[in-house]
Write a protein of this length. Sequence first.
Length: 504
Amino acid sequence: MNPLYDRLFGAHEGKSTPFLLLPSGDVLHHGDFLKMAAQFAHVVTHAGLQPGDRLAAQVEKSPQALALYAACVQAGVVFLPLNTAYTRDELKYFVENSGARLMVCDGADEDDLRPMAQSLAAQLVTLNGDGTGSLPHAAQTQPETFQTADRTEDDLAAFLYTSGTTGRSKGAMLTQANLLSNAETLVEHWRFTAQDVLIHALPIFHTHGLFVATNVTLLAGGAMIFLPKFDPDMIIARMPEATTMMGVPTFYTRLLEEARFDRDLARHMRLFISGSAPLLAETHIRFEDRTGHRILERYGMTETNMSTSNPYEGERRAGTVGFPLPGVELKVTDPDTGKELPRGEVGQIEVRGANVFKGYWQMPEKTAAELRADGFFITGDLGIQDADGYVTIVGRNKDLIISGGYNIYPKEIEMVLDAQPAVSESAVIGVPHKDYGETVVAVIVPQKDQTAATDQLLSACAEQLARFKHPRKIVTVDALPRNTMGKVQKNLLRETYKDLFVTA
Ligand code: MLC
Ligand code: AMP
Protein backbone atom coordinates (compact mmCIF):
# COMPACT_ATOMS: atom_id res chain seq x y z
CA MET A 1 0.00 0.00 0.00
CA ASN A 2 1.23 3.44 -0.95
CA PRO A 3 -1.88 5.62 -1.08
CA LEU A 4 -0.30 8.63 -2.82
CA TYR A 5 1.39 6.53 -5.47
CA ASP A 6 -1.61 4.29 -6.00
CA ARG A 7 -4.07 7.15 -6.44
CA LEU A 8 -1.99 9.66 -8.40
CA PHE A 9 0.24 7.44 -10.46
CA GLY A 10 -0.49 3.70 -10.13
CA ALA A 11 -4.02 4.17 -11.40
CA HIS A 12 -2.57 5.17 -14.78
CA GLU A 13 0.03 2.40 -15.22
CA GLY A 14 -0.07 0.91 -18.71
CA LYS A 15 -2.49 3.51 -20.02
CA SER A 16 -1.96 5.22 -23.35
CA THR A 17 -3.93 8.29 -22.33
CA PRO A 18 -2.19 11.66 -22.88
CA PHE A 19 -0.52 13.16 -19.82
CA LEU A 20 2.05 15.75 -20.91
CA LEU A 21 1.59 17.79 -24.08
CA LEU A 22 5.04 19.20 -24.75
CA PRO A 23 6.18 22.41 -26.50
CA SER A 24 7.62 20.30 -29.34
CA GLY A 25 4.15 18.93 -30.06
CA ASP A 26 5.12 15.52 -28.65
CA VAL A 27 2.74 13.83 -26.25
CA LEU A 28 3.90 11.76 -23.31
CA HIS A 29 1.30 9.20 -22.31
CA HIS A 30 0.59 8.19 -18.75
CA GLY A 31 1.98 4.68 -19.20
CA ASP A 32 5.26 5.87 -20.71
CA PHE A 33 5.68 8.52 -18.04
CA LEU A 34 5.27 5.85 -15.36
CA LYS A 35 7.79 3.53 -17.01
CA MET A 36 10.32 6.35 -16.86
CA ALA A 37 9.43 7.01 -13.21
CA ALA A 38 9.91 3.32 -12.38
CA GLN A 39 13.34 3.34 -14.04
CA PHE A 40 14.27 6.44 -12.02
CA ALA A 41 13.04 4.73 -8.84
CA HIS A 42 15.50 1.90 -9.52
CA VAL A 43 18.39 4.35 -9.86
CA VAL A 44 17.38 6.12 -6.66
CA THR A 45 17.18 2.89 -4.66
CA HIS A 46 20.40 1.53 -6.19
CA ALA A 47 22.05 4.67 -4.82
CA GLY A 48 21.11 3.28 -1.42
CA LEU A 49 18.10 5.42 -0.60
CA GLN A 50 15.53 3.79 1.65
CA PRO A 51 11.95 4.86 2.28
CA GLY A 52 12.03 8.01 4.42
CA ASP A 53 15.40 9.19 3.06
CA ARG A 54 15.50 12.58 1.36
CA LEU A 55 16.37 13.40 -2.25
CA ALA A 56 17.08 17.05 -3.10
CA ALA A 57 16.54 18.15 -6.70
CA GLN A 58 17.51 21.47 -8.23
CA VAL A 59 16.66 20.87 -11.86
CA GLU A 60 14.97 22.62 -14.76
CA LYS A 61 11.33 21.85 -15.43
CA SER A 62 11.00 18.85 -17.74
CA PRO A 63 8.96 15.64 -17.99
CA GLN A 64 11.97 13.88 -16.46
CA ALA A 65 11.95 16.25 -13.48
CA LEU A 66 8.31 15.40 -12.91
CA ALA A 67 9.07 11.69 -13.27
CA LEU A 68 11.63 12.12 -10.51
CA TYR A 69 8.83 13.26 -8.20
CA ALA A 70 6.79 10.17 -9.18
CA ALA A 71 9.87 7.98 -8.65
CA CYS A 72 10.35 9.32 -5.14
CA VAL A 73 6.72 8.71 -4.25
CA GLN A 74 6.97 5.18 -5.62
CA ALA A 75 10.20 4.45 -3.74
CA GLY A 76 8.90 6.09 -0.54
CA VAL A 77 11.71 8.65 -0.72
CA VAL A 78 10.95 12.17 0.53
CA PHE A 79 11.10 14.57 -2.42
CA LEU A 80 12.75 17.94 -1.83
CA PRO A 81 12.42 20.17 -4.89
CA LEU A 82 14.45 23.37 -4.93
CA ASN A 83 14.09 26.64 -6.81
CA THR A 84 16.56 26.68 -9.72
CA ALA A 85 17.43 30.27 -8.78
CA TYR A 86 18.95 29.28 -5.43
CA THR A 87 22.67 29.92 -5.07
CA ARG A 88 25.20 27.35 -3.91
CA ASP A 89 25.12 28.84 -0.39
CA GLU A 90 21.36 28.50 -0.21
CA LEU A 91 21.47 24.98 -1.60
CA LYS A 92 24.08 23.89 0.89
CA TYR A 93 21.81 24.81 3.76
CA PHE A 94 18.88 22.79 2.36
CA VAL A 95 20.96 19.69 1.70
CA GLU A 96 22.69 19.88 5.05
CA ASN A 97 19.54 20.63 7.03
CA SER A 98 17.46 17.94 5.36
CA GLY A 99 20.25 15.37 5.44
CA ALA A 100 19.49 14.56 1.79
CA ARG A 101 21.46 11.50 0.69
CA LEU A 102 21.14 12.18 -3.01
CA MET A 103 21.29 15.47 -4.89
CA VAL A 104 20.09 15.85 -8.44
CA CYS A 105 21.40 18.92 -10.26
CA ASP A 106 21.87 20.29 -13.75
CA GLY A 107 25.01 19.07 -15.50
CA ALA A 108 26.19 22.68 -15.82
CA ASP A 109 26.35 22.95 -12.01
CA GLU A 110 27.94 19.57 -11.34
CA ASP A 111 31.57 20.69 -10.95
CA ASP A 112 30.54 23.57 -8.74
CA LEU A 113 28.38 21.43 -6.47
CA ARG A 114 30.45 18.26 -6.22
CA PRO A 115 32.76 19.41 -3.38
CA MET A 116 29.75 20.56 -1.39
CA ALA A 117 27.91 17.27 -1.98
CA GLN A 118 31.02 15.36 -0.92
CA SER A 119 31.43 17.41 2.21
CA LEU A 120 27.85 16.59 3.15
CA ALA A 121 28.20 12.91 2.21
CA ALA A 122 25.48 13.27 -0.42
CA GLN A 123 25.72 11.53 -3.77
CA LEU A 124 25.33 13.70 -6.85
CA VAL A 125 23.69 12.84 -10.17
CA THR A 126 22.65 15.09 -13.02
CA LEU A 127 19.45 15.78 -14.89
CA ASN A 128 19.45 18.48 -17.55
CA GLY A 129 16.53 20.49 -18.86
CA ASP A 130 16.61 18.51 -22.12
CA GLY A 131 16.16 15.22 -20.26
CA THR A 132 19.78 14.08 -20.55
CA GLY A 133 22.22 13.56 -17.69
CA SER A 134 23.70 10.81 -15.56
CA LEU A 135 20.37 9.96 -13.89
CA PRO A 136 18.39 9.29 -17.09
CA HIS A 137 21.47 7.63 -18.56
CA ALA A 138 21.66 5.16 -15.68
CA ALA A 139 17.89 4.68 -15.86
CA GLN A 140 17.98 3.50 -19.48
CA THR A 141 19.06 0.00 -18.56
CA GLN A 142 16.66 -0.37 -15.62
CA PRO A 143 13.39 -2.33 -15.64
CA GLU A 144 10.25 -0.40 -16.55
CA THR A 145 8.37 -1.57 -13.48
CA PHE A 146 9.24 -1.05 -9.83
CA GLN A 147 7.96 -2.73 -6.69
CA THR A 148 6.17 0.22 -5.05
CA ALA A 149 7.38 0.85 -1.50
CA ASP A 150 4.79 0.37 1.23
CA ARG A 151 3.81 3.65 2.84
CA THR A 152 0.99 4.87 5.00
CA GLU A 153 -0.91 8.12 4.68
CA ASP A 154 1.00 9.45 7.66
CA ASP A 155 4.40 8.95 6.04
CA LEU A 156 6.25 11.94 4.63
CA ALA A 157 6.05 12.55 0.90
CA ALA A 158 7.86 15.86 0.49
CA PHE A 159 9.83 18.59 2.21
CA LEU A 160 9.31 22.08 0.91
CA TYR A 161 11.53 24.73 2.42
CA THR A 162 10.00 28.05 3.36
CA SER A 163 12.01 30.94 4.72
CA GLY A 164 11.19 32.43 8.06
CA THR A 165 11.20 35.78 9.76
CA THR A 166 14.47 34.85 11.49
CA GLY A 167 16.12 34.27 8.13
CA ARG A 168 16.53 30.51 8.63
CA SER A 169 14.56 28.35 6.21
CA LYS A 170 12.30 25.68 7.61
CA GLY A 171 11.56 22.34 5.96
CA ALA A 172 7.79 21.92 5.90
CA MET A 173 7.07 18.20 6.25
CA LEU A 174 4.17 17.17 4.04
CA THR A 175 2.60 13.77 4.43
CA GLN A 176 0.92 11.62 1.84
CA ALA A 177 -2.43 12.44 3.48
CA ASN A 178 -1.77 16.19 3.29
CA LEU A 179 -1.22 16.02 -0.45
CA LEU A 180 -3.82 13.43 -1.28
CA SER A 181 -6.65 14.93 0.76
CA ASN A 182 -6.07 18.35 -0.78
CA ALA A 183 -5.91 16.99 -4.33
CA GLU A 184 -9.17 15.09 -3.75
CA THR A 185 -10.89 18.19 -2.41
CA LEU A 186 -9.69 20.37 -5.28
CA VAL A 187 -10.59 17.92 -8.03
CA GLU A 188 -14.13 17.85 -6.73
CA HIS A 189 -14.37 21.54 -5.90
CA TRP A 190 -13.04 22.71 -9.24
CA ARG A 191 -14.72 19.86 -11.22
CA PHE A 192 -11.55 18.45 -12.78
CA THR A 193 -12.05 15.38 -15.00
CA ALA A 194 -10.05 13.21 -17.39
CA GLN A 195 -11.19 15.53 -20.19
CA ASP A 196 -9.34 18.49 -18.72
CA VAL A 197 -6.22 19.90 -20.33
CA LEU A 198 -4.43 22.32 -18.01
CA ILE A 199 -1.99 25.00 -19.15
CA HIS A 200 0.96 24.39 -16.84
CA ALA A 201 3.50 27.21 -17.05
CA LEU A 202 4.39 27.31 -13.33
CA PRO A 203 7.65 26.05 -11.87
CA ILE A 204 7.42 22.56 -10.35
CA PHE A 205 9.45 23.24 -7.22
CA HIS A 206 6.63 24.89 -5.25
CA THR A 207 3.21 23.90 -3.96
CA HIS A 208 1.34 25.66 -6.75
CA GLY A 209 2.96 23.98 -9.75
CA LEU A 210 3.82 20.67 -8.14
CA PHE A 211 0.91 19.85 -5.89
CA VAL A 212 -2.03 22.01 -6.87
CA ALA A 213 -1.58 21.81 -10.63
CA THR A 214 0.10 18.43 -11.05
CA ASN A 215 -1.61 16.39 -8.34
CA VAL A 216 -5.04 17.63 -9.35
CA THR A 217 -4.40 16.76 -12.99
CA LEU A 218 -3.01 13.33 -12.07
CA LEU A 219 -5.88 12.49 -9.77
CA ALA A 220 -8.44 13.52 -12.37
CA GLY A 221 -6.59 11.61 -15.11
CA GLY A 222 -6.36 14.70 -17.31
CA ALA A 223 -3.50 16.18 -19.31
CA MET A 224 -1.24 19.20 -18.99
CA ILE A 225 0.25 21.45 -21.64
CA PHE A 226 3.61 21.34 -19.92
CA LEU A 227 5.54 24.53 -20.68
CA PRO A 228 9.04 25.24 -19.37
CA LYS A 229 8.07 28.69 -18.09
CA PHE A 230 5.55 31.48 -18.47
CA ASP A 231 5.69 32.72 -22.04
CA PRO A 232 2.64 34.59 -23.34
CA ASP A 233 3.29 33.55 -26.96
CA MET A 234 3.36 29.90 -26.01
CA ILE A 235 0.27 30.17 -23.84
CA ILE A 236 -1.70 32.00 -26.50
CA ALA A 237 -0.58 29.49 -29.14
CA ARG A 238 -1.62 26.48 -27.06
CA MET A 239 -4.79 27.86 -25.46
CA PRO A 240 -7.09 26.40 -28.13
CA GLU A 241 -6.13 22.89 -26.88
CA ALA A 242 -6.68 23.74 -23.21
CA THR A 243 -9.68 23.74 -20.90
CA THR A 244 -8.14 25.24 -17.76
CA MET A 245 -5.21 27.32 -16.56
CA MET A 246 -3.60 27.96 -13.18
CA GLY A 247 -1.26 30.84 -12.49
CA VAL A 248 0.03 33.50 -10.16
CA PRO A 249 -1.47 37.01 -10.61
CA THR A 250 1.51 38.10 -12.75
CA PHE A 251 0.43 35.52 -15.37
CA TYR A 252 -2.95 37.21 -15.67
CA THR A 253 -1.70 40.80 -15.70
CA ARG A 254 0.84 39.85 -18.37
CA LEU A 255 -1.79 38.08 -20.48
CA LEU A 256 -3.96 41.18 -20.30
CA GLU A 257 -1.12 43.16 -21.85
CA GLU A 258 -1.52 41.02 -24.98
CA ALA A 259 -4.20 42.25 -27.38
CA ARG A 260 -4.26 38.75 -28.92
CA PHE A 261 -5.56 37.41 -25.63
CA ASP A 262 -9.24 38.09 -26.23
CA ARG A 263 -12.73 36.74 -25.76
CA ASP A 264 -12.53 34.48 -28.81
CA LEU A 265 -9.31 32.86 -27.69
CA ALA A 266 -10.62 32.18 -24.19
CA ARG A 267 -14.25 31.38 -25.11
CA HIS A 268 -13.94 27.59 -24.89
CA MET A 269 -11.96 27.65 -21.61
CA ARG A 270 -13.68 26.16 -18.59
CA LEU A 271 -11.71 27.72 -15.77
CA PHE A 272 -8.91 30.16 -14.89
CA ILE A 273 -7.50 29.86 -11.37
CA SER A 274 -5.21 32.30 -9.55
CA GLY A 275 -3.29 32.07 -6.30
CA SER A 276 0.02 32.37 -4.40
CA ALA A 277 -0.30 36.16 -4.15
CA PRO A 278 -3.15 38.67 -4.04
CA LEU A 279 -5.03 39.12 -7.30
CA LEU A 280 -6.05 42.75 -7.49
CA ALA A 281 -9.81 43.24 -7.80
CA GLU A 282 -8.94 45.48 -10.74
CA THR A 283 -7.26 42.57 -12.55
CA HIS A 284 -10.24 40.33 -11.84
CA ILE A 285 -12.58 42.91 -13.36
CA ARG A 286 -10.38 43.65 -16.38
CA PHE A 287 -10.07 39.94 -17.04
CA GLU A 288 -13.83 39.50 -17.01
CA ASP A 289 -14.33 42.49 -19.28
CA ARG A 290 -11.81 41.08 -21.74
CA THR A 291 -12.71 37.41 -21.73
CA GLY A 292 -16.07 37.00 -20.06
CA HIS A 293 -14.44 34.69 -17.47
CA ARG A 294 -14.30 35.39 -13.76
CA ILE A 295 -10.95 34.18 -12.43
CA LEU A 296 -11.39 31.78 -9.53
CA GLU A 297 -9.07 32.94 -6.75
CA ARG A 298 -7.95 30.56 -4.04
CA TYR A 299 -5.63 30.89 -1.05
CA GLY A 300 -3.00 28.52 0.26
CA MET A 301 0.45 28.05 1.66
CA THR A 302 3.29 25.59 1.53
CA GLU A 303 2.40 24.41 5.05
CA THR A 304 -1.31 24.04 4.42
CA ASN A 305 -1.75 23.31 0.74
CA MET A 306 -4.98 25.01 -0.32
CA SER A 307 -7.24 26.33 2.43
CA THR A 308 -9.89 28.48 0.77
CA SER A 309 -11.38 28.89 -2.67
CA ASN A 310 -14.00 30.92 -4.42
CA PRO A 311 -16.87 28.74 -5.57
CA TYR A 312 -16.99 26.95 -8.92
CA GLU A 313 -20.69 27.64 -9.16
CA GLY A 314 -21.87 30.69 -7.31
CA GLU A 315 -20.32 34.10 -7.07
CA ARG A 316 -16.55 34.45 -7.46
CA ARG A 317 -16.00 37.67 -5.59
CA ALA A 318 -13.15 39.90 -6.74
CA GLY A 319 -10.65 40.71 -4.01
CA THR A 320 -11.67 37.72 -1.88
CA VAL A 321 -10.25 34.22 -1.62
CA GLY A 322 -13.67 32.63 -1.16
CA PHE A 323 -14.73 30.12 1.47
CA PRO A 324 -12.82 27.56 3.54
CA LEU A 325 -12.59 24.39 1.44
CA PRO A 326 -14.58 21.33 2.53
CA GLY A 327 -12.68 19.67 5.38
CA VAL A 328 -10.78 22.85 6.26
CA GLU A 329 -11.70 24.77 9.40
CA LEU A 330 -10.74 28.43 9.37
CA LYS A 331 -10.90 30.97 12.16
CA VAL A 332 -9.81 34.56 12.56
CA THR A 333 -8.05 35.20 15.84
CA ASP A 334 -6.56 38.03 17.84
CA PRO A 335 -2.81 37.88 17.10
CA ASP A 336 -1.98 38.78 20.70
CA THR A 337 -4.30 36.48 22.62
CA GLY A 338 -5.06 33.79 20.06
CA LYS A 339 -8.78 34.17 20.89
CA GLU A 340 -11.26 33.76 18.06
CA LEU A 341 -12.73 37.05 16.89
CA PRO A 342 -16.33 37.64 15.85
CA ARG A 343 -17.17 37.55 12.14
CA GLY A 344 -16.36 40.79 10.39
CA GLU A 345 -13.28 41.61 12.44
CA VAL A 346 -9.75 41.61 11.07
CA GLY A 347 -7.36 39.16 12.69
CA GLN A 348 -4.90 36.39 12.09
CA ILE A 349 -6.02 33.49 9.94
CA GLU A 350 -5.68 30.01 11.42
CA VAL A 351 -6.57 26.79 9.62
CA ARG A 352 -6.99 23.15 10.58
CA GLY A 353 -7.62 20.05 8.51
CA ALA A 354 -6.06 17.06 6.79
CA ASN A 355 -4.34 19.58 4.51
CA VAL A 356 -2.15 20.98 7.31
CA PHE A 357 1.48 19.80 7.41
CA LYS A 358 3.12 17.76 10.12
CA GLY A 359 5.60 20.38 11.32
CA TYR A 360 9.01 21.79 10.47
CA TRP A 361 11.85 19.32 10.08
CA GLN A 362 13.91 19.17 13.26
CA MET A 363 12.56 22.49 14.52
CA PRO A 364 10.21 21.63 17.38
CA GLU A 365 10.15 25.17 18.79
CA LYS A 366 9.23 26.74 15.46
CA THR A 367 6.62 24.05 14.92
CA ALA A 368 5.16 24.69 18.37
CA ALA A 369 5.11 28.44 17.73
CA GLU A 370 3.02 28.11 14.57
CA LEU A 371 1.13 24.84 14.87
CA ARG A 372 -1.10 24.77 17.92
CA ALA A 373 -1.56 21.61 19.95
CA ASP A 374 -5.20 21.50 18.82
CA GLY A 375 -4.08 21.32 15.17
CA PHE A 376 -4.74 24.92 14.11
CA PHE A 377 -1.91 26.39 12.05
CA ILE A 378 -1.20 30.10 12.47
CA THR A 379 -0.74 31.28 8.89
CA GLY A 380 0.65 34.74 9.63
CA ASP A 381 -1.84 36.19 7.16
CA LEU A 382 -4.32 38.80 8.31
CA GLY A 383 -7.85 38.46 7.08
CA ILE A 384 -11.52 38.97 7.61
CA GLN A 385 -14.52 36.75 6.98
CA ASP A 386 -17.71 38.57 5.99
CA ALA A 387 -21.28 37.73 6.87
CA ASP A 388 -21.61 35.54 3.75
CA GLY A 389 -18.49 33.59 4.69
CA TYR A 390 -16.13 35.04 2.06
CA VAL A 391 -12.56 35.43 3.33
CA THR A 392 -10.46 38.43 2.33
CA ILE A 393 -6.71 38.59 2.98
CA VAL A 394 -6.01 42.14 4.11
CA GLY A 395 -2.35 41.94 5.01
CA ARG A 396 0.36 39.94 6.73
CA ASN A 397 1.39 39.59 10.32
CA LYS A 398 4.75 38.29 9.08
CA ASP A 399 7.53 40.27 7.48
CA LEU A 400 7.20 38.79 4.01
CA ILE A 401 7.37 40.09 0.45
CA ILE A 402 5.71 38.18 -2.39
CA SER A 403 7.21 39.00 -5.77
CA GLY A 404 5.65 37.30 -8.79
CA GLY A 405 4.46 34.50 -6.48
CA TYR A 406 7.87 33.93 -4.87
CA ASN A 407 8.20 34.49 -1.14
CA ILE A 408 11.04 36.69 0.02
CA TYR A 409 11.83 37.15 3.70
CA PRO A 410 13.43 40.59 4.30
CA LYS A 411 15.50 39.22 7.17
CA GLU A 412 17.54 37.07 4.80
CA ILE A 413 18.51 40.11 2.71
CA GLU A 414 19.07 42.33 5.74
CA MET A 415 21.52 39.77 7.12
CA VAL A 416 23.58 39.94 3.91
CA LEU A 417 23.50 43.74 3.77
CA ASP A 418 24.26 44.21 7.47
CA ALA A 419 27.35 42.02 7.10
CA GLN A 420 28.86 44.46 4.59
CA PRO A 421 31.56 46.65 6.16
CA ALA A 422 30.11 49.89 4.80
CA VAL A 423 26.62 49.19 6.14
CA SER A 424 25.58 50.11 9.63
CA GLU A 425 22.05 48.76 9.36
CA SER A 426 19.35 48.05 6.83
CA ALA A 427 15.63 47.56 6.46
CA VAL A 428 14.24 45.62 3.51
CA ILE A 429 10.66 46.25 2.46
CA GLY A 430 8.22 45.27 -0.27
CA VAL A 431 6.70 48.02 -2.39
CA PRO A 432 3.93 47.76 -4.99
CA HIS A 433 5.13 46.71 -8.45
CA LYS A 434 3.02 46.68 -11.59
CA ASP A 435 4.31 43.36 -12.88
CA TYR A 436 5.43 41.40 -9.81
CA GLY A 437 2.76 42.71 -7.41
CA GLU A 438 5.48 43.61 -4.93
CA THR A 439 9.21 44.11 -5.27
CA VAL A 440 12.21 44.46 -2.97
CA VAL A 441 13.62 47.79 -1.81
CA ALA A 442 16.54 47.99 0.63
CA VAL A 443 16.89 51.05 2.81
CA ILE A 444 20.39 51.28 4.24
CA VAL A 445 22.22 53.42 6.75
CA PRO A 446 25.95 53.56 5.94
CA GLN A 447 28.64 53.34 8.62
CA LYS A 448 29.75 56.77 9.83
CA ASP A 449 31.77 58.61 7.18
CA GLN A 450 31.44 55.77 4.69
CA THR A 451 29.60 55.34 1.41
CA ALA A 452 28.01 52.01 0.65
CA ALA A 453 28.46 51.39 -3.08
CA THR A 454 25.30 49.91 -4.58
CA ASP A 455 27.19 47.60 -6.93
CA GLN A 456 29.17 46.15 -4.02
CA LEU A 457 26.02 45.52 -2.05
CA LEU A 458 24.36 43.91 -5.04
CA SER A 459 27.32 41.68 -5.69
CA ALA A 460 27.20 40.50 -2.07
CA CYS A 461 23.54 39.66 -2.63
CA ALA A 462 24.37 37.90 -5.90
CA GLU A 463 26.91 35.73 -4.15
CA GLN A 464 24.52 34.55 -1.46
CA LEU A 465 20.93 34.99 -2.58
CA ALA A 466 18.75 33.88 -5.47
CA ARG A 467 18.28 36.60 -8.08
CA PHE A 468 14.58 37.11 -7.39
CA LYS A 469 15.44 38.16 -3.81
CA HIS A 470 17.84 40.94 -4.84
CA PRO A 471 16.80 44.51 -4.05
CA ARG A 472 15.56 46.26 -7.18
CA LYS A 473 16.49 49.55 -5.53
CA ILE A 474 18.84 50.47 -2.71
CA VAL A 475 18.11 53.75 -0.93
CA THR A 476 20.56 55.39 1.48
CA VAL A 477 19.22 57.27 4.51
CA ASP A 478 20.79 58.81 7.61
CA ALA A 479 18.65 56.88 10.06
CA LEU A 480 15.82 54.35 10.02
CA PRO A 481 12.51 55.45 11.54
CA ARG A 482 11.97 53.72 14.87
CA ASN A 483 9.14 53.60 17.38
CA THR A 484 9.59 54.26 21.07
CA MET A 485 10.50 50.61 21.61
CA GLY A 486 13.35 51.02 19.10
CA LYS A 487 11.66 48.83 16.47
CA VAL A 488 12.12 49.87 12.84
CA GLN A 489 8.83 51.23 11.48
CA LYS A 490 8.69 49.45 8.17
CA ASN A 491 5.16 50.71 7.58
CA LEU A 492 6.55 54.26 7.36
CA LEU A 493 9.24 53.14 4.93
CA ARG A 494 6.66 51.31 2.81
CA GLU A 495 4.58 54.48 2.69
CA THR A 496 7.59 56.64 1.75
CA TYR A 497 8.67 54.40 -1.13
CA LYS A 498 5.29 53.11 -2.28
CA ASP A 499 5.36 54.85 -5.66
CA LEU A 500 8.88 53.82 -6.71
CA PHE A 501 7.70 51.08 -9.05
CA VAL A 502 4.03 51.60 -9.74
CA THR A 503 4.67 53.15 -13.08
CA ALA A 504 7.67 50.89 -13.81
C1 MLC B 1 12.08 35.90 -12.13
N1 MLC B 1 12.72 37.00 -11.71
C2 MLC B 1 12.04 37.54 -10.71
C3 MLC B 1 10.93 36.70 -10.51
N2 MLC B 1 10.98 35.70 -11.40
N3 MLC B 1 12.27 38.64 -9.96
C4 MLC B 1 11.39 38.90 -9.00
N4 MLC B 1 10.30 38.15 -8.75
C5 MLC B 1 10.04 37.05 -9.49
N5 MLC B 1 8.98 36.30 -9.26
C6 MLC B 1 13.92 37.63 -12.24
C7 MLC B 1 14.91 36.73 -12.90
O1 MLC B 1 15.88 36.33 -11.99
C8 MLC B 1 15.47 37.63 -13.99
O2 MLC B 1 16.38 38.53 -13.45
C9 MLC B 1 14.29 38.45 -14.43
O3 MLC B 1 13.44 38.49 -13.26
C10 MLC B 1 13.53 37.84 -15.59
O4 MLC B 1 13.55 36.43 -15.52
P1 MLC B 1 12.51 35.51 -16.27
O5 MLC B 1 12.93 34.11 -16.16
O6 MLC B 1 12.21 36.08 -17.62
O7 MLC B 1 11.33 35.59 -15.31
P2 MLC B 1 9.94 36.17 -15.49
O8 MLC B 1 9.31 35.74 -16.75
O9 MLC B 1 9.98 37.62 -15.22
O10 MLC B 1 9.21 35.39 -14.29
C11 MLC B 1 8.20 35.96 -13.63
C12 MLC B 1 7.19 34.87 -13.29
C13 MLC B 1 7.91 33.76 -12.49
C14 MLC B 1 6.09 35.53 -12.47
C15 MLC B 1 6.60 34.29 -14.55
O11 MLC B 1 8.58 34.33 -11.39
C16 MLC B 1 6.99 32.68 -12.03
O12 MLC B 1 6.70 31.74 -12.75
N6 MLC B 1 6.49 32.79 -10.79
C17 MLC B 1 5.65 31.76 -10.17
C18 MLC B 1 6.08 31.51 -8.79
C19 MLC B 1 5.29 30.36 -8.14
O13 MLC B 1 5.10 29.33 -8.71
N7 MLC B 1 4.86 30.58 -6.92
C20 MLC B 1 4.07 29.59 -6.18
C21 MLC B 1 4.62 29.41 -4.78
S1 MLC B 1 3.58 28.26 -3.91
P3 MLC B 1 17.42 39.37 -14.34
O14 MLC B 1 17.24 40.75 -13.87
O15 MLC B 1 18.73 38.77 -13.97
O16 MLC B 1 17.09 39.21 -15.78
C22 MLC B 1 2.59 29.24 -2.95
C23 MLC B 1 1.43 28.60 -2.28
C24 MLC B 1 0.20 28.93 -3.05
O17 MLC B 1 2.76 30.40 -2.90
O18 MLC B 1 -0.76 29.44 -2.48
O19 MLC B 1 0.22 28.68 -4.25
P1 AMP C 1 4.23 30.07 0.33
O1 AMP C 1 4.86 30.08 1.67
O2 AMP C 1 5.17 30.26 -0.80
O3 AMP C 1 3.41 28.88 0.19
O4 AMP C 1 3.27 31.32 0.28
C1 AMP C 1 2.11 31.38 1.04
C2 AMP C 1 1.64 32.79 1.20
O5 AMP C 1 1.20 33.30 -0.06
C3 AMP C 1 0.43 32.89 2.09
O6 AMP C 1 0.76 32.87 3.45
C4 AMP C 1 -0.16 34.21 1.63
O7 AMP C 1 0.50 35.28 2.27
C5 AMP C 1 0.15 34.22 0.15
N1 AMP C 1 -1.00 33.85 -0.68
C6 AMP C 1 -1.28 32.69 -1.28
N2 AMP C 1 -2.43 32.77 -1.99
C7 AMP C 1 -2.89 34.04 -1.83
C8 AMP C 1 -4.02 34.77 -2.30
N3 AMP C 1 -4.91 34.23 -3.12
N4 AMP C 1 -4.17 36.05 -1.90
C9 AMP C 1 -3.27 36.63 -1.07
N5 AMP C 1 -2.17 36.01 -0.61
C10 AMP C 1 -1.98 34.73 -0.98
